[in-house]
Design a protein around this ligand. Structure first.
Ligand code: PLP
Length: 406
């Protein structure tokens, strides 16, 4: 027998992971690929198309030139951890120990996954507000958690101009099996910024049931109309029950750097650090050095960031509303959820066919609303636009979307 000859086909193929079969590829990142294929303006994925701040690019270049090119300490280079601790003390009044309470990860995406894998046991339930950032679904599946979804109701006559949740519905989602609630504020995709009284209501449930709050705060500096970001860790009684997830991507316009972190009490951090170490070892060492420079930028940097985003937010609303979209005005983050029922059935029958129509015929890529809901029917009349884009990009989208009016 020729030893190089292929053997017979196996009697049966090895099975793939059951977990991996339970979720689809990211719709958001798929829309970016479609945008490239059709030459569409990409208002789907939330990455800025304008430059990152010069001083932090310089810091990254210098770090590479200084040969900071080997593994950093697995849970994060000390200068970055020190800067993270200083910043959360400065902005939220929360004192943390950079030696025992921070894990620097490959983006807040990895920080969320590491945090969930560090606290979840099979059968644990995790409360998630929906619509939700699409990663939380697969995060729950991969960590073995059973998600319990609680609706955020869109602004309307009964709810004023804010997305709100029903307090009884939230309370009913908590129970003896609840391990954590995932809270994203400012929120993607709704733009909701959770108020102090809402956070305190959630705190009371967390304390009553012994539940962690895992809070994704990566849009903390992108706020409008006087909205204020309050970290759950700053709410009395929540410091040691909160795992705060944050990162450089949105605040410093460096989504490709992949630097994020998790902040949690020492015992929780010890578990997160172990998971993180064996998942990725560490985030890019020279970019962590640049992170230490970024987090020490003066207050004026954050004021300008928010002011520039306010201009973009008002610009996108002035594009979308005349084009026929009913907009849910965001108070934070850089997305607008819109109601598309005015275009059905002329431009499609639901969010997915409408998004296809937009990318193929109009030349604008958006994210179908269903990708933010557990039951796709709940998002079938919504699509999400991002506006972290230059005036040139937004103007080009305006020109194309005007074609929808005919
Ligand atoms: N969390 C939310 C709510 C997001 O919207 C995004 C990106 O869009 C991320 C996390 C990803 O962050 P990172 O680039 O730090 O992994």
């Amino acid at each position: 027998m020729n030893p190089a000859a292929p053997e017979k086909a196996p009697a049966r193929k090895p099975a793939l992971s059951e977990k991996a079969g339970r979720f689809t590829e990211s719709v958001i990142r798929e829309m970016t690929r479609l945008a490239q294929r059709y030459g569409a303006v990409n208002l789907a994925q939330g990455f800025p198309d304008f430059p990152a701040p010069a001083e932090i690019k310089q810091a990254a270049q210098e770090a590479i030139a200084r040969d900071i090119n080997q593994y950093a300490i697995t849970w994060g280079a000390k200068p970055l951890r020190d800067a993270i601790a200083e910043k959360i003390a400065r902005t939220q009044g929360v004192a943390i120990d950079p030696e025992r309470e921070i894990t620097v990860c490959c983006g807040s995406t990895e920080a969320m996954m590491s945090a969930m894998m560090a606290v979840i046991n099979p059968g644990d339930e995790v409360v998630i507000f929906e619509p939700f950032y699409e990663n939380y679904g697969p995060d729950a599946i991969l960590s073995g958690a059973a998600p319990r979804f609680v609706k955020l109701q869109p602004p309307g006559s009964a709810t004023g101009d804010e997305w709100t949740f029903d307090r009884d519905e939230l309370a009913a989602a908590f129970g003896p099996r609840t391990k954590a609630i995932i809270l994203n504020t400012p929120n993607n995709p709704t733009g909701k910024v959770f108020r102090r009284d809402e956070l305190e209501f959630i705190r009371d449930l967390c304390v009553r049931w012994g539940v962690f709050a895992i809070t994704d705060e990566i849009y903390e500096h992108i706020l409008y109309d006087g909205a204020q970001h309050i970290s759950m860790a700053a709410i009395e009684g929540m410091r040691d029950l909160t795992i705060t997830i944050n990162g450089m991507s949105k605040t410093y316009s460096v989504t490709g750097w992949r630097v994020g972190w998790a902040i949690a009490a020492p015992e929780i951090t010890a578990a997160i650090r172990k998971v993180h170490d064996f998942l990725t070892v560490g985030a890019a060492a020279p970019l962590q050095q640049a992170g230490a420079v970024a987090l020490r930028l003066p207050e004026s940097y954050y004021a300008k960031l928010a002011a520039d985003y306010l201009v973009r937010r008002d610009r996108i609303l002035a594009i979308l509303e005349p084009a026929g979209f009913r907009c849910f005005k965001p108070r934070g983050a850089y997305y607008v959820m819109t109601d598309i029922s005015g275009f059905v059935p002329r431009c499609g029958t639901d969010d997915v066919s409408f998004a296809r129509y937009l990318v193929e015929n109009i030349g604008v890529a958006v994210v179908p609303g269903s990708s933010f809901y557990n039951d796709p029917r709940d998002g079938s009349q919504q699509v999400r636009f991002t506006f972290c884009k230059t005036e040139q990009t937004l103007a080009s989208a305006e020109e194309r979307l005007a074609k929808l009016r005919v």
